[in-house]
Design a protein. Structure first.
Length: 394
C-alpha cells in the first residue's frame, strides 16, 4: 500500500466534496478504500457524500464500517445519527448522538442534531436543552439559534423564538428561511405588518421559492386583504403548480369574496393534488352549503370526518346541512358527537336546542338553551330563545 497515494486520493475527495461534487468525491474515496481496506476516514467521508446525495442506506453502510474499524470515531457517529434522524429512526439516531458527545463532549453538532431529533419527536424541552449546549460550544453558528427558535415557536413562546431568529439573522442575514420563520411568529402574534416585512425580505433573498409568497398571502388573508392575498397565491402556484396549500388558500379568499364557483375550482384542484387534504374538503363543503347544494356539502363534511376526526366543528357544519335538508335525526346525532368532543362550547347546545324547538320538543329545547346560556352568559340570542321556550309553557 502506498500511503502517499491514499493521502492524495483522500485530499482530492475532500476537495470535490467541499465543492459539492459528490460523485467525483466518491470515486476518489472508492480508490482510497481499495488501497486501504482499514481506512476509517475514507469510509466515513464516502458515507458523508452518500448522505449529501440522500442515499442514506449507502451512507449508513459506510459509516458502520468506519465505526467497526474505529469505535471511537465521534464524527462517524454524528453523521450516521443524522442519517437515522432523516429516516425517522429517532432512537437509533439519539443513541448515536449520545455516543458522539460521550466521545467528544465539545461536539456542538452532535448536541444540535440530537436536539433536532427531540424537536421532531415534539420533546421540545429536551431539544432546547441540547441547543443551549450547542450554542454554548459554538455561539456563532446561526442555525443553532434558528432551531432553538423553532422549538420555542412550537411551544407558542413567540417572543423567545423571535429573539433567537433575531440572533440567527444577525449572524447570517442572507438566509431567507430565518426571516420566514420570524414572520410566522409575528403572524401568530397578529403583528401582520411585521410579518409581511419579514416575508418581503425572504422573497427578496429567494424570489423563486413558492413558500414565501404563500406565507405572505396568509398574512394578507388574515388582514382580510383578499385581493393582495390572491395575488400572492397566484405567484406561489406559478412557481409550484402542484402547491395544494396555495390552491386551498386562494379558494378560501374567493369564498370570502362570495365567488363560490371559482373557489370550488381551487378546492377541486387542491383535492386532485392531495385526495386526503381534509381542510380542502371542509372549505369546498362550505361553498356547496353557501350555494344551496347541501347533499354535496354533506358528502364533503363526511369525508372530512373520515380523514381527520380532529376537525370537530365539521360535525356542526354537517348537522346544519342535515337540518336544512330536514334530516333531523342525523343532525342531532352529529351535534351529540360535537358536544362530546367540545363540551364547553355553547354553540352545540344552541343548535340542538333550535332543532328541538322546531320539532316541538320544548323540554329538551329549554335544557339546551339553558346550558348554552350557562356556558356563554353573553349570548343574548340563546337567552332570547330560552325565554321564548319558557313563555310557551306559560
Amino acid at each position: 500500500m502506498d500511503n502517499d497515494v491514499v493521502e492524495t486520493l483522500l485530499e482530492n475527495g475532500k476537495k470535490y466534496a467541499k465543492n459539492k461534487d459528490y460523485d467525483n468525491a466518491i470515486k476518489q474515496f472508492n480508490e482510497a478504500v481499495k488501497l486501504d481496506l482499514n481506512n476509517a476516514y475514507a469510509y466515513a467521508k464516502r458515507g458523508d457524500c452518500y448522505s449529501e446525495k440522500r442515499q442514506y442506506d449507502e451512507a449508513i453502510s459506510d459509516l458502520n464500517e468506519a465505526i467497526r474499524i474505529d469505535s471511537d470515531y465521534a464524527w462517524a457517529y454524528t453523521v450516521r445519527g443524522d442519517c437515522y434522524r432523516i429516516k425517522k429512526q429517532y432512537n437509533k439516531a439519539i443513541n448515536d448522538f449520545n455516543e458522539a458527545v460521550k466521545l467528544d463532549p465539545k461536539n456542538a453538532y452532535a448536541y444540535a442534531n440530537r436536539g433536532n431529533c427531540y424537536g421532531e419527536k415534539e420533546q421540545y424541552d429536551e431539544a432546547i436543552s441540547d441547543f443551549n449546549e450547542a450554542i454554548r460550544l459554538d455561539p456563532d453558528y446561526a442555525w443553532f439559534y434558528a432551531r432553538r427558535g423553532d422549538c420555542y415557536r412550537e411551544k407558542e413562546q413567540y417572543d423567545e423564538a423571535i429573539s433567537d431568529y433575531n440572533e440567527a439573522i444577525r449572524i447570517d442575514s442572507d438566509y431567507a428561511w430565518f426571516y420566514a420563520r420570524r414572520g410566522d411568529c409575528y403572524r401568530e402574534k397578529e403583528q401582520y405588518d411585521e410579518a409581511i416585512s419579514d416575508y418581503n425580505e425572504a422573497i427578496r433573498i429567494e424570489p423563486d421559492i413558492a413558500e414565501g409568497y404563500m406565507l405572505r398571502g396568509f398574512c394578507y388573508s388574515d388582514k382580510e386583504q383578499y385581493y393582495e392575498a390572491i395575488n400572492n397565491f397566484d405567484e406561489a402556484i406559478r412557481l409550484d403548480p402542484n402547491y395544494d396549500w396555495a390552491y386551498n388558500n386562494r379558494g378560501y379568499c374567493y369564498y370570502m369574496q362570495e365567488k363560490y364557483y371559482i373557489a370550488i375550482n381551487d378546492f377541486n384542484e387542491a383535492i386532485r393534488i392531495d385526495p386526503y387534504y381534509a381542510s380542502a374538503y371542509v372549505n369546498r363543503g362550505d361553498c356547496y352549503k353557501a350555494i344551496g347544494q347541501f347533499s354535496k356539502s354533506i358528502s364533503d363534511y363526511n369525508k372530512v370526518i373520515k380523514l381527520d376526526p380532529e376537525f370537530h366543528y365539521t360535525y356542526l357544519n354537517l348537522a346544519l346541512a342535515y337540518w336544512i335538508e330536514e334530516q333531523n335525526d342525523e343532525a342531532i346525532s352529529d351535534i351529540n358527537e360535537f358536544i362530546r368532543l367540545e363540551p364547553a362550547d355553547s354553540l352545540g347546545y344552541f343548535l340542538r336546542g333550535m332543532i328541538y324547538e322546531e320539532q316541538g320538543q320544548m323540554d329538551q329545547a329549554i335544557q339546551d338553551f339553558a346550558e348554552a346560556v350557562i356556558l356563554d352568559p353573553t349570548d343574548e340570542f340563546a337567552q332570547e330563545k330560552l325565554q321564548e321556550c319558557c313563555n310557551y309553557f306559560n
